[in-house]
Design a protein around this ligand. Structure first.
Ligand SMILES: Nc1ncnc2c1ncn2[C@@H]1O[C@H](COP(=O)(O)OP(=O)(O)OP(=O)(O)O)[C@@H](O)[C@H]1O
Ligand SMILES: [Mg+2]
Length: 285
């Protein structure tokens, strides 16, 4: 069997007294869409930051194609083919699409002038490669959130093209934009890019992912099928069965509120509610 495209074994990361990762194993294959789920504070972003060179692990090893690597900073991760899209897209709204795609790597004409036509031509080609008909001369500020998301993907992939890590990419998208993004993600995966897809939205997982890793409290709670029943995913997320989370009556929940010892529900911030039945979990948190 060939080695995974990217893997990490035994990852430990501490921030002062906080142990964000307590020995995490994770792997990503070429062409795979691997969802990473977990409640707030589970360690998802910390893991993603290790894989993208933002942090170095206190213990554990990252491998690319089975070979151990040290990713000391984001540039080294990029050089190794790992691109990351953080929730705050690093685009400059006051610049046009082409200028954003070439930010810091501008194409120049002899004499030290920017070669704007060449950058726009190249930008158009890259956008069209994922079937995005955006005029490269448009200001990013004038694009929808979904279009910006895709420009950020094109930009990230122009630095690095083997692994794409996305932290909650659909949080601010409309339903139509999510579908469009999923099409693009599937296309990238079909071309061999490995994708780590971090999400809070359980209902998205079967639609997009081929495999799911659920993190809880700095550990991997389980690796499962995206088509696992939601109840199973919720159990992995919160560490106990679904029915124990649901207050049978209003009175019961009032009693629960009066008993702090029984209120160890997962904390989900309001803006990141789980969909479907899990919304009740979010509301109570
Ligand atoms: N730079 C940091 N300094 C101190 N503690 C941190 C730092 N980054 C993360 N932590 C802590 O590490 C734990 C894991 O955080 P992390 O951000 O990885 O979780 P997450 O799964 O991404 O959560 P969320 O869903 O809220 O984004 C949390 O307890 C968090 O408070
Ligand atoms: Mg996070």
């Amino acid at each position: 069997m060939s080695a995974p495209l990217l893997s990490v074994t035994g990852a430990v990361k501490r921030f002062g007294g906080v142990q964000a990762l307590r020995g995490v194993d994770f792997d990503l294959k070429a062409g795979e869409i691997h969802a990473l789920l977990g409640e707030n504070g589970a360690g998802k972003s910390t893991l993603m930051n290790l894989l993208s060179g933002v942090y170095t692990p206190d213990e554990g090893t990252i491998h690319i194609d089975g070979k151990p690597v040290h990713l000391n900073n984001p540039r080294e991760a990029q050089a190794a083919g790992i691109a990351t899209i953080f929730q705050e897209l690093d685009l400059v709204p006051t610049l046009d699409v082409a200028a954003n795609l070439f930010l810091g790597r501008e194409l120049m004409r002899p004499g030290g002038f920017l070669d704007v036509p060449a950058m726009r031509r190249e930008a158009k080609k890259r956008l069209e490669a994922i079937e995005l008909a955006i005029d490269p001369a448009r200001l990013v500020a004038d694009l929808s959130i979904g279009q910006r998301q895709v420009v950020a993907i094109v930009k990230a992939l122009s630095y690095a093209s083997r692994v794409l890590i996305m932290d909650e990419p659909t949080a601010a998208l409309t339903v139509a934009e999510v579908e469009r993004l999923f099409d693009i993600i599937r296309k990238l995966a079909a071309s061999g890019v490995g994708i780590v897809y971090i999400s809070h939205r359980l209902e998205e997982v079967p639609e997009i992912a081929g495999r799911v890793t659920v993190m809880r409290d700095g550990r991997v709670a389980g690796v499962t099928e995206p088509h696992a029943p939601q109840a199973e995913l919720v159990r992995l997320l919160v560490g106990r069965p679904l029915d124990e989370l649901y207050p049978p009556t209003r009175q019961d929940s009032r009693q629960a509120a009066a008993q702090p010892a029984r209120r160890e529900l997962p904390s989900v911030p309001r803006k990141r509610r789980l969909a479907g039945p899990d919304q009740r979990v979010a509301r109570r948190a």
